[in-house]
Design a protein around this ligand. Structure first.
Ligand code: PLP
Length: 364
């Protein structure tokens, strides 16, 4: 019912959520700025009564994302607001959450600081199908991230979903890294697809937002009710910019993924870089340059690679991941996100910076 027939995803991202053409009308109508709307008579006389509950700019973008994810989408002010909208209303005292030990740190923080103290048992397991299956008995919700980050491990969602359901649990997938262009969790059997839109989905490193896609009516209703109650909505202008950015998702990701693959090949061909990871999709490449000193020297020597956290932007960026202290990675571990620059220029810059950083070694 949610699958728009016919067109491929690369076409859908260009057209998704746009209104029927109207003479003299824009392709994508501008943002609607409203707190209250005119609403005479009964409270339900219009879908649009108050801006925290609904906004035509949200509706258009939610429809677009829903078409791509094959579900009903609820937009949030950030990826973490979307994560919270699944975890907090769903899990009650006595429930069991299974989540990756390498999940996005914010997920682990909510689990440790807000779920466990309320009586939810949290089982953290590696992003590994055997470990996940062993953790299933008694679970209410299984949260996974694939590819995981920064480890970049992948799971077979289609194989995992029936086992999660047989155990009586729901499966929620963090789809941030892949985006619905490269992976459609609901079509693969998951119950919720959750994402930060602050990364590849919008792709210009200038927006923070998130969403949850689901199919089950009750789940969708609960997620919407949570948003209405907590008010975690993005601004209409940010939403409009996000919708505008969607049209180039395929173009951006195609180039970013090709650049990531080429950079992974370049790194694997070097003898002075270890543990090169690229999961076969997405723009993120990880590698270990051996020491924090060399990692910092490399990042400083790069001219085209911005030293920044996050990933999925049109500008290539990288960081020494261990600087946050939140992930079990070696001190010289770099997480790099390939942008859409010319690959020849990127390869030259990386090679030069890696060569220049070789002399930076750990102090005796
Ligand atoms: C995989 C993943 N999920 C969720 C989030 C949270 O998203 P946001 O920063 O938009 O709140 C992030 C942010 O880095 C992330 O990388």
């Amino acid at each position: 019912m949610h699958d728009a027939p016919g067109h491929r995803l690369a076409t859908r991202v260009v057209h998704a959520g746009l209104p029927e053409p109207g003479q003299g009308e824009p392709f994508l109508p501008g943002p609607t700025f409203a707190a209250p709307y005119h609403l005479a008579g009964p409270a339900d006389a219009s879908l649009y009564g108050y801006g925290r509950y609904a906004n035509p700019t949200f509706t258009a973008y939610e429809k677009a994302l829903g078409e791509l994810e094959s579900g009903e989408v609820t937009l949030f002010a950030s990826g973490m607001a979307a994560v919270a909208a699944v975890l907090l209303p769903l899990l009650r005292p006595g429930d069991v959450l299974v989540a990756p030990s390498d999940a996005y740190p914010g997920v682990r923080t909510i689990a440790a600081e807000h779920l466990e103290p309320r009586g939810v048992a949290v089982r953290l397991v590696p992003t590994d199908e055997t470990a996940l299956r062993e953790a299933l008995p008694g679970a209410r919700l299984v949260w996974v991230e694939t590819p995981s980050n920064p480890g970049l491990d992948r799971l077979d969602l289609e194989a995992l979903a029936p086992d999660v359901h047989a155990a009586g649990a729901l499966l929620a997938v963090d789809n941030t890294l892949a985006t619905p262009l490269l992976q459609r969790p609901l079509a693969l059997g998951a119950d919720a697809s959750v994402a930060s839109g602050s990364k590849a989905l919008t792709g210009h490193s200038d927006l923070v937002l998130g969403y949850v896609a689901a199919r089950d009516e009750q789940l969708v209703e609960d997620i919407r009710a949570w948003r209405n109650a907590t008010g975690a909505v993005p601004g209409p202008f940010e939403t409009w910019l996000a919708h505008r950015s969607l049209a180039t998702l395929d173009v951006r990701l195609r180039r970013g993924c090709a650049n990531a693959e080429a950079l992974a090949d370049l790194l694997r061909a070097r003898g002075d870089v270890a543990d090169v990871r690229w999961p076969g999709l997405g723009t993120v490449v990880c590698f270990d340059v051996g020491s924090p000193e060399r990692a910092q020297a490399f990042l400083t020597a790069c001219e085209l690679v911005a030293e920044a956290t996050s990933f999925g932007g049109v500008h290539t960026s990288a960081e020494r991941r261990a600087r946050w202290g939140t992930d079990a990675v070696p001190d010289g571990f770099i997480r790099l996100s390939a942008g859409v620059e010319d690959i020849g220029d990127l390869a030259t810059d990386l090679t030069r910076a890696l060569d220049a950083s070789r002399s930076a070694s750990r102090p005796a």
